[in-house]
Design a protein around this ligand. Sequence first.
Ligand code: 9MR
Length: 400
Amino acid sequence: MKPIRLVTASLAAAALAVSLAAPAAAAPPAGDPPRGHAKHDTLRWVAPKGFHIGSAVAGGGHHESQPYPDPFTSDRPYRKILAKEFSSVSPENQMKWEYIHPERDRYDFAMADAIVGFAKANRQVVRGHTLLWHSQNPTWLEEGDFSATELREILREHIMTVVGRYAGRIQQWDVANEIFDDDGNLRTQDNIWIRELGPGIVADAFRWAHQADPVAELFLNDYNVEGVNAKSDAYYALVQDLLAQGVPVHGFSAQAHLSIRYGFPGSLEENLRRFDRLGLATAITELDVRMDLPESGEPTEEQLAQQADYYRRTLEACLNVSGCDSFTIWGFTDKYSWVPVFFSGQGAATVMWDDFTRKPAYRALRSTLAEAARCGAQRPGRGWAPGHAPRSASFTDGRR
Ligand code: 9MR
């Protein structure tokens, strides 16, 4: 079914009229939230059937330098909200090379296993993040003195091991992350794989991942590719080249680390749509909307309203593109956000305050999801469920 076009919340009246004829809000895509929660009041509950609403799972990375214990394993209220609000989870750091493959001959799956187990218990899907990246690689890899043949085998073995371990349990993998710079040039210097092995290694990474898990949807993922620009153009060209070669690439995703300091990327929907037309899935994978904090440290009402508007417009753009059925925010609470750690003087980027109370941005997401469900905007869905082949599994030339 073609999604109902969402333009602004002011369409609520029209949506209400439609809702009289349409069935009530559909059940959550990945099963009911766990018992004991007010499930009707959550994002996953109100979302259109087949549409996955996700969050990053806080742990590793910047959290290790903060004055709190590991959020995912230590913060029970946090875990409860993660379970009840979301139908998809993404390890924020726990599947990155430095955590999952800390020594050449040793993997550490403990944290990743815990997340995949949590997702199963709470009927959530998982987005795997990430396999080929220039950042958060272990020292043994970045500073090792490997020949090209050895490096290629290291990457192949890593992908086969990690993807293979979770085969059938990961809905989408960010296979290649941030491989272009903002001018649309391949990162031939800071990405160890591309530097040492040439651009063809990207195609090989997809081939190995597909071999290790033929049902996972395999993505190219990046930031600053929300709008039509030099960087997203580079992806558009690359992906057509990969598809022409028969490489199993199934999706293109925009991270969407936005700031109200800048204008909203108004061509987001148009951009997602051009990848959709190539037969690819699209997704929003890391949305947050940061702001410059006033001296008081408290955002103004205007800032919060603008932030809510950015969240809503990002969600609407995704809902308006039929193959965009995965929408993930990069953490749901300011308590654990990466933003103040990386951007001095900025923050308040997520949809909940430190104490988990909801901001206007949370309500914007929920009402937009509910409106889409009321309008009958069910996702055509590639029917992903553990063990089920994605629509792309049957692809030969990359077209649906
Ligand atoms: O949120 C992650 C943070 O904890 C890490 O310290 C940081 C290190 O690079 O990575 C953050 O996540 C990034 C993601 O993996 C890729 N896109 C950009 C995200 C924000 O930097």
